[in-house]
Design a protein around this ligand. Structure first.
Ligand code: CU
Length: 300
């Protein structure tokens, strides 16, 4: 008995050590900053920088396996028809034109497949719809052709975010052509960020693939969505609603940093953008942007 317990203790010791090693490895893997951007010859969806994208990956895999199964099934049926029922192998064809059982089957089975797809699909749509417990709110305003961000619960500072022009881009410093911006959106890692969108002029779309977030920005309306960056890094997106001549030149960059670094950035941003705010002319669409928070609260 003593020996069994001893062996058990040794085994659990080994298990604990492996778990610790795994946790350390996962910790270091997670600590490595990530770049959420398209890659050359990239296949499939972009790597996940947060849990929303992970859920999108899962849903995508589910649908992909269903498609693979259906394709194989149809291919087998087709091969069967070609081999077994060609004119040579089957000179006298059957005159059957109806089969009640078969007709019920090929109606009910596709419906069941659609239900299997619909349940996780709706679950995901509602999960992405709004943040339950937000740590932070950001007002996002799409403008022709740049982004305007406001942090209403961090002192209410606001700033514009514009693409770095191709001729000024510093690739050696890790900047990406047509994706890097002068003032990225900064968020704390692991924080649930509520996003309230509105458009100043036309419809734009706030879209960051690696964070699994996409929302229209519509003039005169406030829409809500959310995201959470679980890894440190920079996550790039683009306006993906055709919005005019420079539609391709209004990228989005989100920098996810540790909480302390975020707090320091907020303090600095408050000072830097306070001056810019007072000198800027008051835009017509400032009103909906400021009231989006109340609208969102009223919807709750
Ligand atoms: Cu746009």
């Amino acid at each position: 008995m003593q020996r069994v317990i001893g062996r058990w203790n040794r085994l659990s010791g080994v298990a604990m050590a492996s778990l610790a090693a795994l946790a350390f490895w996962m910790g270091t893997a997670a600590a490595e900053p990530m770049t959420g951007a398209p890659v050359a010859w990239g296949f499939g969806l972009q790597e996940a920088g947060g849990l929303l994208k992970e859920r999108i990956h899962d849903f995508n895999s589910l649908v992909l396996w269903i498609i693979i199964a259906i394709t194989i099934f149809v291919f087998i049926l087709l091969a069967l028809v070609v081999v077994k029922f060609n004119a040579r192998a089957n000179p006298v064809p059957s005159k059957t034109s109806h089969h009640t059982g078969l007709e019920i089957a090929w109606t009910v089975l596709p419906v069941l497949i659609l239900v299997v797809i619909a349940i996780p699909s709706f679950r995901l749509v509602y999960y992405e719809d709004r943040a339950r417990e937000a740590d932070l709110t950001i007002n996002v305003q799409g403008r022709q052709w740049y982004w305007h961000y406001e942090y209403p619960d961090q002192g209410g500072f606001a700033f514009d975010s514009r693409m770095i022009p191709a001729e000024e881009i510093n690739l050696a410093a890790g900047q990406l052509r047509n994706l890097s911006v002068d003032e990225p959106l900064v968020v704390p890692v692991g924080a649930t960020v509520r996003v309230l969108t509105t458009g100043q002029d036309v419809i734009h779309s706030f879209f960051i693939p690696s964070l699994g977030v996409q929302k229209y920005t519509i003039p005169g309306r406030a829409l809500e969505t959310w995201f959470r960056a679980d890894r440190e890094g920079v996550f790039y997106g683009q306006c993906n609603q055709i919005c005019g001549t420079n539609h391709a030149y209004m990228p989005i960059a989100v920098r996810a940093v540790p909480r302390e670094q975020f707090n320091a950035w907020v303090e600095d941003a408050k000072k830097r953008f306070a001056a810019a705010e007072t000198s800027a002319p008051v835009a017509v669409a400032e009103t909906p942007a400021a009231s989006t928070l109340q609208i969102a609260e009223a919807r709750r």
